[in-house]
Design a protein around this ligand. Structure first.
Ligand SMILES: *[C@@H]1O[C@H](CO)[C@@H](O)[C@H](O)[C@H]1NC(C)=O
Ligand SMILES: *[C@@H]1O[C@H](CO)[C@@H](O)[C@H](O)[C@H]1NC(C)=O
Ligand SMILES: *[C@@H]1O[C@H](CO)[C@@H](O)[C@H](O)[C@H]1NC(C)=O
Ligand SMILES: *[C@@H]1O[C@H](CO)[C@@H](O)[C@H](O)[C@H]1NC(C)=O
Length: 377
């Protein structure tokens, strides 16, 4: 569809009135224009492929002068490892990993003061909630902030990663850690701008399939489908199957959702659950309905794009509790299960590479910025 900058700009202006979100997701702003990863190359220009245009951008803090490697030492021994705890793994129904950038303190705080409180009101075997962020931080101020936060709240895990756009590799690290440290029945990987009805989720989880489950919000476009990485629940067997892939040939991709769909295409037994109770886009913060809603959890299981103020607001209006629910709808009535990474627009199309090589894709220092900056993730 759109292949050059000028065209992108034209499209941007056309859709600006509707789709510009001038806030930021990851880090600070410069200026940039992009399309959603949901844009598919050669897709018919039909109504269901409306481009979400994006303005904003972001430089990650890797190109700063404050680097001092000797200081890194105090972080190193606090990074997560993948040592298997064996019989000492804690058994939980649900392990929640909130993937978050170091600078996102306010978002984490908004989560801590809203749905996070339900992480500890059940019994110990119910749920474990952690924030996972990149631990190799060159900005010394930033590094000390995250270490203090970690010490204070004890809910932050630091990965041996530098930031950047390799979301697929980041996901692989997260599930390796999860499998090494916990005996979980389900894993939820969720964004730091997602409002979650955790009690509602916990009440229905024991009645959902115990195996083969892949649960989230799926995009369905031009004959392919993929689950958005903002909210993904997997039953334990799916995670184990991911990790059991041949190490030499396991493929990574910058976009976790594409990588996961590649992995899933080799798994025959899977139950795709496209959950329409998840509000995915546009961000809840810009949707009028969410600015005056009561009992949000009566009709939703979660809402994406709940930036700080909205997160607090939804927390106050949650009425989060056990609700009635239906069985998983037949996925075939919603979409095919086909996936082909080559179909994406050039800006989202990357050649998968073996994860074992810690692959990069020459994405530069520019950090992926999220939807608060207008990026459609
Ligand atoms: C980090 O600490 C180790 C041992 O404590 C030391 O040998 C090493 O030189 C330190 N690295 C830097 C860059 O200071
Ligand atoms: C380092 O991080 C701090 C705290 O987030 C920030 O205020 C400062 O601007 C950063 N420094 C650089 C050079 O980016
Ligand atoms: C919010 O919703 C309530 C109840 O539906 C309504 O009475 C009120 O006028 C709404 N407020 C705004 C600012 O839209
Ligand atoms: C909160 O949710 C429960 C369970 O769905 C429902 O019975 C109740 O009416 C809701 N509370 C309010 C104030 O609507």
């Amino acid at each position: 569809m759109v292949c050059n900058k000028k065209r992108v700009i034209i499209v941007a202006l056309t859709f600006a009135s509707v789709w510009i979100y001038m806030t930021f997701d990851y880090f600070t702003i410069s200026l940039h224009i992009q399309q959603r990863p949901s844009e598919v190359q050669n897709a018919p220009t039909s109504a269901n492929t409306t481009p979400t245009v994006i303005m904003a951008a972001v430089k990650y803090q890797t190109d700063i002068s404050e680097t001092d490697d000797s200081d890194m030492n105090e972080t190193f021994h606090q990074l997560i490892d993948f040592k298997d705890l064996g019989r000492n793994k804690r058994a939980v129904l649900l392990l929640i990993i909130v993937s978050t950038a170091p600078a996102r303190f306010e978002r984490r705080q908004a989560i801590r003061e809203t749905w996070w409180k339900h992480c500890s009101d059940g019994n110990q075997a119910q749920v474990e909630c952690v924030f996972m962020t990149d631990g190799l931080i060159t900005n010394r101020t930033q590094r000390n902030l995250i270490l203090n936060e970690k010490g204070k709240y004890k809910d932050v895990k630091l990965q041996r990663l530098k930031g950047g756009r390799e979301f697929g590799f980041r996901f692989l690290n997260q599930i390796k850690w999860a499998a090494a440290k916990f005996n979980f029945q389900y894993l939820l990987r969720i964004d730091d701008d997602y409002f979650l009805c955790l009690k509602r989720l916990l009440s229905e989880l024991p009645l959902r399939p115990k195996q083969t489950l892949v649960w989230g919000f799926f995009h369905c476009e031009a004959g392919i489908t993929w689950m958005d990485e903002a909210f993904m629940i997997f039953s334990e067997d799916i995670i184990q199957t991911f990790l059991a892939q041949n190490e030499g040939s396991m493929l990574c991709h910058p976009h976790a959702d594409q990588q996961i769909m590649l992995w899933l295409s080799n798994i025959l037994q899977k139950t795709y659950f496209h959950d329409t109770r998840l509000h995915h886009a546009p961000p809840a913060s810009v949707v009028a309905q969410f600015s005056n809603i009561s009992n949000v959890c009566d009709s939703y299981l979660g809402a994406h794009g709940a930036y700080v103020k909205t997160m607090y607001y939804l927390g106050l209006r949650a009425n989060d509790s056990a609700k009635e629910f239906s069985t998983i709808p037949d996925f075939a009535r919603f979409c095919t299960t086909k996936f082909d990474h080559r179909v994406f627009n050039p800006e989202w199309r990357y050649e998968p590479k073996p994860c074992k090589d810690n692959p990069t894709w020459n994405l530069g220092n520019e950090m992926w910025f999220g939807k608060e900056a207008g990026q459609g993730r």
